[in-house]
Structures are given as C-alpha cells and as structure tokens.
Write a protein that binds this ligand. Structure first.
Ligand code: PLA
Length: 456
C-alpha cells in the first residue's frame, strides 16, 4: 500500500486538518450543511492534491556534477581504503584538509578586533581587498594599476568572477562568442552559456603527445572572428596540466593582439603551479605590459585554502582610467541583482594577509610547501609506476604542471578503479595530485597497474 495514499488511510496531517475544520465551524452551521465533514473533506482533498500530485512532479532527476559528484559518491562508500582524487582540494600527507597557519593568524586578528562590524560591503566588495588583489596578480609596479586603468571587483571566488565577467561581456561587448580550450574545466561552458555568451572551442591538448597542440591552437585562434573573447588558463591548465612555454605565450599574445581577440584569463592556481606567485602570473603580466585590454578572474580557493569562503576577484584592464570607471559602474549593475554584494569574512582574511609583510611572507612559505608536496607526489607516483613496470610512458606525470595529472586513463579504466579499488576521480582520467600522499601512492599504483593490464 502506498503510505501517501490518503484515500485509503488519512495521514496525520489530514487528521489534523479535519480536527481544525471541526473546531472552526459552529454547531449550527454544522447542523444545517453537514458542516465539519464537508469542509474537512474539501481541505483534505486540496491537501492531498498538493501533496500527492506535486506541481513539480514533471521534474526529472538531474545527474550529479561531473566533478563535485565524485565527492558525493566517495562519501557514500564505506570502504576504509577509499581515496578521493576527484575535486582539486589540497590534502596533507595525512590526507587531511589544511587550514593555513597564516589564515588562522589572520582570523584571530579579525576576531580580536572589536571595532569590526558585519555591515554590508559595497556592491564591489572590500576596497582594500580589491586593490591588493590587483597588485598580487598584475604586480605592484604594473603600469595599468599606476595609471588607474584597472577596475577590480570582489566576487564569489573564481566561478563568480567568471560569471560576472561573462555577463558584463554579454551586455556590453560587441562580440558574443567566447573560445575556450578543448578540454577545459567542465564548468566553463556552463558558466559562459548561462552568462549569455556563445561558446566555441579552440584546440589545446594533443592526446597523442600528451602535450600542447600548439599548431592547432594557433590555427583556431587565427581563424576566430575578429574581436572574439578567448578564455586562457593563466597557469596550471585544468584538467590537462599542460601550459604553454613563455615563448609560446608570446606567440599567442601577438596573434591575439593582431586579431583583436579579447583575453579573459582564469587564474585559479596562482602560486600552485610553480610555488611562485610572480612566475605563475607571468602570462597575464605579458598581456598587460603591451597596454592592451583584458579580463582576469582570480580565486583564493586553492592558493590560500579558502575554498568554502568563496573569495575571488574580477579585474578588467582598460585603455584609460575613464573607461575603467564606467566599466565598474556597469559591473555593479550586473552584481546587484545577482547577489547584491559579496561576503565580508574571506575578503577580510585575504586583505589582512596581503597588507602585512610578515603575514605575506608566511603565506608564500606555506604556499610553496603545498606546491612542493604536489610536485613531490608527481615524482613518487612516476617512480612507483616505473618500478612496478606498468606498461606505458608515464613521463607526462612529471611534466604536467599544477594540481592535476591528466593520466590518459579512459572512462572504463576509471570506472574499474573506482569499483575494484575505491579510488575516486573524474571520468576523463584526471587525478588530483593534491589528494595523494606517500601512504596512498602504492594503492593508486596497484589500481592503475590493474586497470592498464586489464585493457591490454
Ligand atoms: N577555474 C578553474 C580552472 C578551476 O579549476 C576552478 C576550480 C575554478 C575556476 C573555480 O574555483 P572557485 O570558484 O572555487 O574559486 N576547480 C576545482 C573545483 C578545483 C571545482 O570544480 O569547483 C576542480 O576540481 O576542478
């Protein structure tokens, strides 16, 4: 019997409604019209219509997100050996999430400061955070900053910055096509399509060489319509871990400027690729140095470990200070009806760290330690696969850059590793090196070895 079928047995809510109706109706009305029963029947039937036959009954179940859904599946697995290499979230050698010491220090400072209040921030966020974020990404001596040609607005981490930038372009830029690399972070096409842009791909990765398809990239950008927007990963390309060299960046810059293509940088891993904040911003700085315009989305999720604080920034570098001011006024019109104004806590932590020399130094040390641990995991995994004699050339593991290794394992092999070894990763074969530790390398190697042997 369907327990929700109120025609067979009244539910507790139906009984409560009937009792309410009996209580409300006067005895005389009850006598003349059959009263309480009529009303209670009608209340109950309208209730069962609402409950049993939902106005949302046509809504189908959506699939889980391809990246965040990996964690959902991982959490349901009771196995003690399970390993989550899906989402790009840093873990310690012990497999634990990490709050940086410098973040705890800044938070303590914020708590101790009794003058701090919880008023709304302005629509564009915390002014000091915006200024310091621009300096961090463009460099303190950036001519664009000195000439006041940059507008920076605090947004909801990297994703929110991309979305606000996308919506601004859809409203105010003459070209509505954005070219994104193939492959790219899975959320990019969704963010930009919903922002109102039309998404096209440019060639980026060559599975045969497990490296950059530089020729394909140049051809595709060379034939993109004049003025199109181009999304570029500033460093540590997700998911491939393949970045252009500085020379290749220079060629990309020249080509893009000659075709008036508008660069939109996604900087989600500044400091995570090389361990140096300046080196990882080099691609962006070379585009700003030529005096041209660009957009940059910055995230503090990974490099400060502020994942859940949702703190990031969108900068638009313009030709003149006057244009930058007008652009900012329009960004406010995008933000205000979207989420009104951004949250205060994460931005205050970032501002505290960036403003104080001692804290800043401490941050760079902790950041370098995270980047170094990831690089060391690459070497451990590579050595272990070689030592084990696992068929294949695994040198890409040590050549790739940043948080992820694009293993080359296919979706069946990934499914096999999840089912038999409880190793969770995205179905494109990407593993988060930040989730791996010396302790878990042997288990991963067993799984990869078995998956590869099985397919041979
Ligand atoms: N851009 C790129 C290239 C990213 O990889 C990510 C996060 C973001 C933007 C957005 O980050 P933020 O909004 O949290 O600042 N990518 C993660 C997480 C780490 C995710 O998918 O949300 C990933 O596992 O790919």
């Amino acid at each position: 019997m369907n327990p929700r079928d109120s025609s067979l047995s009244p539910s507790p809510s139906d009984r409560r409604l009937s009792a309410l109706a009996r209580h409300l109706i006067s005895p005389s009305e009850a006598g003349s019209r059959g009263g309480a029963d009529v009303i209670s029947r009608s209340l109950a039937s309208s209730y069962s219509l609402a409950g049993g036959d939902s106005v949302f009954s046509h809504v189908s179940r959506a699939p889980e997100d391809p990246i965040l859904g990996v964690t959902v599946a991982f959490n349901k697995d009771p196995s003690p050996v399970k390993l989550n290499l899906g989402v790009g979230a840093y873990r310690t050698e012990e497999g634990k999430p990490l709050v940086l010491n410098v973040v705890r220090w800044a938070e303590q400072q914020l708590i101790n400061d009794r003058t701090r209040v919880k008023e709304y921030l302005p629509i564009v966020g915390l002014a000091e955070f915006n200024k310091l974020s621009a300096k961090l990404i463009f460099g303190a001596d950036s001519p664009a900053i000195l000439e006041n040609r940059v507008t920076t607005v605090q947004c909801l981490s990297g994703t929110g910055s991309l979305r606000v930038g996308g919506e601004f372009l859809a409203r105010h830029y003459h070209q509505h096509t954005i070219y994104i690399p193939k492959p790219t972070w899975g959320n990019h096409p969704k963010v930009f399509t919903l922002a109102g842009l039309s998404v096209k791909y440019y060639r980026y990765y060559d599975p045969a060489t497990r490296g950059l398809d530089f020729q394909g990239l140049l051809e595709d950008l060379g034939s993109a319509p004049l003025g199109a927007v181009v999304l570029l990963h500033a460093c540590a390309h997700n998911p491939t871990g393949v970045d252009p060299t500085l020379q290749q960046w220079e060629q990309i810059r020249q080509l893009m400027r000659s075709r008036k293509l508008l660069p939109f940088f996604d900087s989600a891993y500044q400091g995570f690729a090389s361990g140096s904040l300046d080196a990882d911003a080099q691609s962006i700085r070379s585009f700003v140095a030529d005096g041209g315009e660009c957009l940059v989305a910055q995230s503090y999720a990974k490099n400060m470990g502020l994942y859940g604080e949702r703190v990031g920034a969108l900068s638009v570098v313009c030709r003149t200070a006057d244009v930058a001011g007008r652009v900012e006024s329009q960004l406010k019109l995008v933000i205000r009806p979207m989420y009104s104004n951004p949250p205060i806590h994460g931005a205050s932590i970032v501002a505290a760290i960036l403003r104080d020399r001692e804290m800043y130094n401490e941050w760079t040390i902790e950041l370098k330690a995270m980047a170094d641990r990831i690089i060391s995991m690459r070497h451990q995994l590579f050595d272990a696969l070689r030592g084990r004699g696992t068929p294949g050339d695994w040198s890409h593991i040590i050549k790739q850059i940043g948080m992820f290794t694009f293993t080359g394992l296919n979706s069946q092999q990934v499914a096999f590793m999840t089912k038999e070894y409880h190793i969770y990763m995205t179905s494109d074969g990407r593993i988060s090196m930040a989730g791996l530790s010396s302790r878990t390398v042997p288990h991963l190697v067993d799984a990869i070895h078995a998956a590869v042997a099985r397919a041979v």
